[in-house]
Design a protein around this ligand. Structure first.
Ligand code: ASP
Length: 616
């Protein structure tokens, strides 16, 4: 990469810049010593900086100097010399046709021997790389991730700026905003015994900004959630956080579909012209058992028993498995099937492996039924005893099986079985190479349930967050019914179970990359919502008095969305791990091993805060 200004002090060019046309120029470079290769009276050094690698040639007299004072890996070196054509060229690097015949050099700083090699294929394990993250970041593999992240950031800012959005900062030291996770808290020295919370997201602030009239807001902002870190989560992560006033769901969908398509174009060079499908939450659950389905491959679920949580009319295939006296199916709440393309010839060993896979504790199924739709047109099944070939054929047809497919059937409790079939679908798609990291498929999932049933407390919790509005024609269902659940067994019969929200998620390749909603903006409805979640008037006032109050001063209709920035970058970079796209990430226990944080604080700090530890 060429720079459009000239350096004054240390270098004239970068290590990624010089080419054949620069031959005979006198240049100076500065960077890190990647490798030193000695051949008798000459030495080759690869000098690295952020822009690339340039080969340096130290001949005769300088070589003798080097012998007296050898250069080690990662020394910081400044050189002056002339650009020469290389006799043996390296086609793998952009500067591979030239080298610098060094005339002067200056060691700017020495380096201790790095604890791992700073190359694409490093010999450093995860822990050591995190401890020395500043060295890890010198590696190309990480650098290109951070570059991609920066591109996504820049493209986002450009697009939102073009569309009249204003970047407005919101505070980090705030009051608790419950969004489903635990808050990180910060003690206040000036207000002993009182605590700030770090924002789980700027949700209430962006809503207040709408009340203030800033009708298009955004921020690329840190959010903090004190969760047990399931795989690939970070306690602090970044969102592209947006809010708009005077909009409905379609407006939001249009603007933010535009953003993601622009990112595809600018960052990946992909012209995403496919229409982005909008799928209701019920359809997603019905067809894929999952509210963030990967739709890059065509395997969908056949429901052999209708799940209870699906309220809309749908045709299941219960009649196909009835009247056979096969207890496993008869007694199961849910029976679901998928047809796996081209796998009818799986051996006994392979089907046994799949059975073991679904029996693992993480999946927790009791077993797996299969039907092979053989290439000769016959059907063979693990339940031949119960089902005639004709029955097997009708089941296979219902599962959209084609000749040569393997049909897999799971039966059990609804939620578990649905999750299992969804996981099995993804697992097999991975095995069959149907999930290519170079292929991108977007999807909107809409019409989520407003509430989720919390078994432990026998109460309703907000599925998205308490500021999400119900669908217009479900508002009355909420207003006119008492939220109390009389009978936990039949909670699904409570009118609240079927209230749908004005909420939407954007899904990319089976990952939820963004989610948002149209918000409640009238005080009375917001109070009703808080009450439905079990908050009495005093609690509402204590926690959200500021928002309820603001809604009395001309709050406009509004809605918004937030994208998980780290995850979006990781997917665009073809990676499963967000850590590789964060400069200084934390490990799975939420530790920064480089800083050794969290750590204890000094006694004096406790005294100032008037806090006593009581660790059990
Ligand atoms: N604040 C929400 C979240 O972090 C996103 C939104 O509703 O805009 O998930």
């Amino acid at each position: 990469m060429a720079l459009n200004f000239r350096y004054i002090m240390y270098r004239t060019n970068t290590c990624g810049e010089l080419r054949l046309i620069d031959i005979n120029k006198e240049v100076s470079l500065a960077g890190w010593v990647q490798t030193v290769r000695k051949f008798g009276s000459i030495t080759f050094i690869d000098l690295r900086d952020r822009y690339g690698i340039t080969q340096l040639l130290f001949s005769e007299n300088l070589n003798a100097l080097l012998d007296a004072n050898p250069l080690g890996r990662e020394f910081v070196l400044q050189i002056k010399g002339n650009v020469h054509e290389r006799s043996s060229k390296n086609a793998n690097i952009p500067t591979g046709e030239i080298e610098i015949n060094v005339t002067e050099y200056n060691i700017l700083n020495k380096s201790a021997l790095p604890p791992f090699t700073i190359q694409d294929d490093t010999d450093g394990g995860d822990d050591i790389r995190m401890k020395y993250r500043f060295l890890d970041l010198r590696r190309n593999a990480i650098k290109k991730n951070l570059e991609l992240r920066y591109q996504v950031n820049r493209c986002t800012r450009n697009y939102l700026h073009e569309n009249n959005f204003m970047d407005i900062e919101t505070p980090f030291l705030i009051k608790s905003t419950p969004e489903g996770a635990r808050d990180f808290v910060v003690p206040s020295r000036m207000n002993p015994g009182q605590f700030y919370a770090l924002p789980q997201s700027p949700q209430t602030f962006k809503q207040l900004l709408m009340v203030s009239g800033y009708d298009r807001y955004y921020q690329i902002v840190k959010c903090f959630r004190d969760e047990d870190l399931r795989a690939d989560r970070q306690p602090e992560f970044t969102q592209i956080d947006c809010e708009m006033a005077f909009v409905g769901q379609d407006d939001i969908i249009q603007i933010f579909e535009g953003l993601i398509k622009q990112i595809f174009k600018d960052v990946k060079g992909i012209d995403y012209t496919d229409k982005v499908e909008r799928m209701t939450w019920e359809d997603a659950m019905w067809q894929y058992g999952n509210d963030k389905p990967d739709i890059r491959f065509d395997i969908s679920i056949c429901n052999l028993k209708k799940p209870k949580t699906i309220f809309t009319d749908k045709n299941d295939f219960a009649h196909l498995i009835k009247d056979v006296d096969f207890k496993v199916f008869d007694e199961a709440e849910t029976v679901v099937a998928i047809a796996i393309p081209g796998c009818s010839e799986y051996s006994r060993k392979q089907t046994d492996e799949l059975t073991e896979w679904v029996k693992r504790p993480q999946i927790g199924m009791k077993g797996l039924v299969f039907i092979k739709y053989n290439t000769d047109g016959t059907y063979k099944s693990s339940v031949d005893k119960f089902y005639s070939e004709l029955k097997l054929k009708t089941i296979a047809e219902a599962a959209h099986a084609k000749v040569g497919d393997l049909i897999l059937i799971l039966a059990g409790a609804e939620e578990k079985t649905r999750k299992a079939i969804s996981d099995l679908r993804m697992y097999l798609a991975d095995r069959l190479g149907l999930r290519k990291s170079t292929e991108f498929k977007l999807l909107w999932v809409i019409d989520f349930p407003l509430f989720e049933y919390d078994e432990e407390g026998n109460r309703w919790v907000a599925r998205h967050h308490p500021f999400t509005s119900p669908k217009q024609d479900h508002i009355n269902l909420m207003i006119n019914n008492n939220p109390v659940i009389e009978n936990a067994e039949t909670y699904l019969e409570h009118p609240y179970a079927n209230i749908k929200a004005n909420a939407y998620d954007m899904v990319l390749n089976g990952n939820e990359i963004g989610g948002g909603s149209i918000r409640i903006y009238q005080r009375a409805l917001q109070e009703k919502m808080f009450a439905a979640l079990g908050m009495n008037a005093a609690e509402q006032q204590h926690k959200f008095g500021f928002l309820l109050g603001a809604f009395e001063y001309g709050a406009p209709p509004h809605g918004g969305i937030a994208f998980g920035f780290d995850r979006l970058c990781a997917i665009l970079g073809g990676s499963e791990s967000i850590r590789d796209f964060i400069a200084f990430p934390k490990n799975n226990s939420g530790r920064d091993v480089m800083l050794d944080a969290p750590s204890t604080i000094e006694e004096k700090q406790f005294e100032e805060l008037q806090i006593k530890l009581n660790i059990k």
